[in-house]
Design a binder for this molecule. Structure first.
Ligand SMILES: [Zn+2]
Length: 322
C-alpha cells in the first residue's frame, strides 16, 4: 500500500481519477547545478525551444487544447513579458525543453477566448503531471519570494538570486533559502476499520476530511500525527505508516500523508480546530455521500486520495451527481 510518487493500492486499481497530480513524477529535471551559472541561464533563456509562463498571485493562464486536454499557456522567451529580476528557472524535460516562470504583478492579457487564469486547486486536477509540477514549483517560489523580501538576520532588503531559489541580503551577506513547512495529514482508522473524519470550524456544514496539522519544532512527524489526533479529536494513536506526500504551497506546506491506527475510539473535539468529528464505516460514508449529508473533500487534496485508499473506490466529486 505504500507508494512511489503515486498513491496507489490494490483495492484502488479501479480508480479512474488521476493520482495526486502534484505528487506524480513531472518528468522535469530541476538541474539545480545551473542556477548560479548566469551565462548558462542566459543561453537557456534565449534558446528557441525554451518555454516561459507567467505566475502571478498563485495563478497562471491555462487553456484547453482541441483534443480535450488542458495546458499551461507558455510562450517562447522572446514573446514573454520582459523582466530582469523575477525569473525562475524550473528545469528541463526529457526532450531537452527548458522551462522558466516569470513572476509578475499581473497575468498578461490574452486574445484567445479560452485561456483563463487558474490557481493550483483548479489547475492541478486538469493539467498534465509536467505542467502541474511546473506550476507548483513556480507558485511555491512566488509565495516564498513575496513573503521574504527582508533579511531575517538584519532586517535589510534581500534580492533574488540563483534563478529564483535564493534571496541574498546585500547588507549582511546572508543567503536565505526557500522554506517548506511540514504538515501531517492522517487517515485514522479504528479496530473495526472505521475512518475518523472531522469538520474544521471554518468549513461549511457537511464538509468532512482527514485530520491534519503542522509539525512543531523539535517534533518527529510520527509524534506530530499522534499529538494532532489527540489534540483535535481526543483519540490515541498506535501504529503510524507513511503513504505519500504532496506539495501544498498555500503558502509553503508539504503535506505528509499517513495512515494511523487508533487505540481509543471516544471522540472529544477541541472546538478550536475541529467543530465535529465522527467515525464512519464504508457503508456509513456511502450513505452520507448519497444523501448529501457529507460532502466529499476537494479532489486535488491528498486527503481525498487517503480516504479513497481506505474507501476502495473513487469518491464522488464535488458537484458531480451522487
Ligand atoms: Zn541581512
Amino acid at each position: 500500500m505504500s507508494t512511489n510518487g503515486h498513491v496507489t493500492t490494490e483495492r484502488a486499481t479501479g480508480l479512474t481519477a488521476p493520482p495526486v497530480s502534484l505528487t506524480a513524477p513531472s518528468g522535469i529535471d530541476r538541474e539545480a547545478h545551473h542556477r548560479l551559472d548566469e551565462a548558462w541561464l542566459a543561453a537557456a533563456w534565449s534558446h528557441p525551444t525554451t518555454r516561459v509562463f507567467v505566475v502571478s498571485g498563485g495563478q497562471a493562464l491555462i487553456d484547453d487544447t482541441p483534443d480535450g486536454r488542458t495546458e499551461l499557456v507558455m510562450t517562447p522567451a522572446f514573446e514573454a513579458p520582459v523582466t530582469e529580476t523575477h525569473r525562475y528557472f524550473l528545469g528541463t524535460d526529457e526532450n531537452g525543453v527548458r522551462y522558466f516562470a516569470l513572476q509578475k504583478d499581473t497575468l498578461p492579457g490574452r486574445m484567445d477566448q479560452s485561456a483563463r487564469p487558474a490557481g493550483l486547486r483548479e489547475a492541478g486536477l486538469l493539467l498534465s503531471p509536467r505542467d502541474a509540477g511546473l506550476l507548483v514549483h513556480a507558485v511555491a517560489l512566488e509565495n516564498w519570494q513575496r513573503l521574504h523580501r527582508f533579511c531575517s538576520r538584519c532586517g535589510e532588503r534581500t534580492v533574488i538570486a540563483a534563478a529564483g531559489h535564493v534571496r541574498r541580503c546585500q547588507a549582511c551577506g546572508a543567503e536565505h533559502y526557500p522554506r517548506t513547512d511540514p504538515a501531517v495529514i492522517m487517515l485514522v482508522t479504528d479496530e473495526d476499520d472505521r475512518v475518523l473524519l472531522g469538520r474544521q470550524v471554518h468549513w461549511p456544514e457537511g464538509r468532512f476530511s482527514t485530520l491534519a496539522g503542522f509539525v512543531e519544532p523539535g517534533e518527529s512527524i510520527e509524534q506530530s500525527v499522534r499529538r494532532e489526533a489527540w489534540e483535535e479529536a481526543g483519540v490515541t494513536i498506535g501504529e503510524v505508516d507513511y503513504i505519500a506526500s504532496q506539495p501544498w504551497p498555500f503558502p509553503s506546506s508539504l503535506m505528509l500523508g499517513f495512515t494511523a491506527r487508533a487505540t481509543s475510539s471516544e471522540i472529544t473535539v477541541d472546538g478550536e480546530e475541529l467543530h465535529e468529528a465522527r467515525w464512519f464505516s464504508r457503508e456509513d460514508l456511502r450513505a452520507a455521500f448519497e444523501s448529501g449529508e457529507v460532502l466529499p473533500p476537494f479532489g486535488i487534496s491528498i486527503a481525498a486520495r487517503l480516504i479513497e485508499l481506505w474507501y476502495g473506490e473513487p469518491l464522488p466529486r464535488p458537484g458531480s451527481p451522487a
